[in-house]
Design a protein around this ligand. Structure first.
Ligand SMILES: Nc1ncnc2c1ncn2[C@@H]1O[C@H](COP(=O)(O)OP(=O)(O)OP(=O)(O)O)[C@@H](O)[C@H]1O
Ligand SMILES: [Mg+2]
Length: 243
């Protein structure tokens, strides 16, 4: 693929859950190498669904997807996508399944063909990088919500993805820990898209904030989220001002 081509290109993608109206409706998205995009939109607007479509966990009803320059349609097309794109699930319990933290983090690298020694080495380094040294033998299901979120992120980073899709990464994290995550993200040389309802977090970690409405992504300047110092009936959600 050439350097000017988007890494993720969605064209006219539509999706609906069974017996429900479309959640994603002729959505277009171009995501380029180096992009750091925030996605902020109301509950139920389809943000998580969009990430699951990109990973091939859900299949669109219509439209075209090209990822890393190749059309992706069938299950086998998504093997490479899942190797090169790391998805942090909104709910850490969807991510973690091994008895101990080290086994969970090492699972990805082992699956990618690393030796046991290499996988353990990568896992320890990743845990340390996230301030989780000493968590190796902790029982995963006994971790606190915030700890689970960080261990989930460790499982994603240990696979050394090229793109991160983070679905509400600071949900449940205290201020100090989310501050640490801001530093971690700034120091990673990765392209990413982050779903969050926290404007300050997105401001600190991304270059642009998109929103979603009526099943589409809105990238219009007018509709980009901006910070306010005044009270506003629309709360923290994106909206247009009359000029
Ligand atoms: N498995 C499912 N079956 C049926 N409907 C679903 C399913 N998952 C999600 N939905 C519906 O699809 C819509 C979009 O859900 P989605 O989880 O993508 O929203 P979201 O923007 O991520 O919301 P939130 O900010 O609450 O996480 C919602 O109305 C939701 O109820
Ligand atoms: Mg969601």
């Amino acid at each position: 693929m050439n350097a000017n081509q988007p890494l993720i290109c969605l064209k006219q993608i539509s999706f609906s859950y069974p017996e429900a109206p479309p959640v994603i409706n002729q959505l277009d998205l171009d995501f380029y190498r180096g992009d750091r995009i925030g996605l902020m939109a109301p509950n139920g607007s389809g943000k998580t669904t969009l990430f699951h479509l990109i990973m091939g966990l859900l299949k669109p009803i219509s439209g075209q997807m090209e990822i890393f320059g190749k059309p992706v349609k069938e299950e086998k097309d998504f093997f490479e996508v899942r190797r090169r794109i790391g998805l942090l699930f909104q709910d850490a319990d969807d991510q973690l399944f091994s008895p101990t933290v080290l086994e969970d983090v090492a699972f990805g690298p082992l699956n990618l063909g690393k030796s046991k020694t290499e996988a353990i080495e990568i896992s320890r380094k990743t845990l340390e990088f996230l301030g989780l040294a000493g968590f190796e033998n902790r029982i995963t299901f006994k971790l606190s919500g915030g700890e689970k979120k960080l261990v989930s992120l460790a499982t994603v980073l240990a696979m050394e993805p090229e793109i991160l899709l983070l679905d509400e990464p600071i949900n449940g994290l205290d201020r100090k820990t989310s501050g640490k995550l801001i530093d971690v993200l700034k120091n990673l040389d990765l392209s990413y898209m982050i779903i969050s309802h926290d404007i300050d977090f997105l401001d600190a970690t991304t270059h642009a904030i998109y929103t979603m409405a009526n099943g589409k992504i809105l990238v219009d300047q007018q509709m980009q989220v901006h910070q306010h110092v005044h009270a506003h009936p629309h709360g923290t959600y994106p909206h247009a001002h009359e000029t």
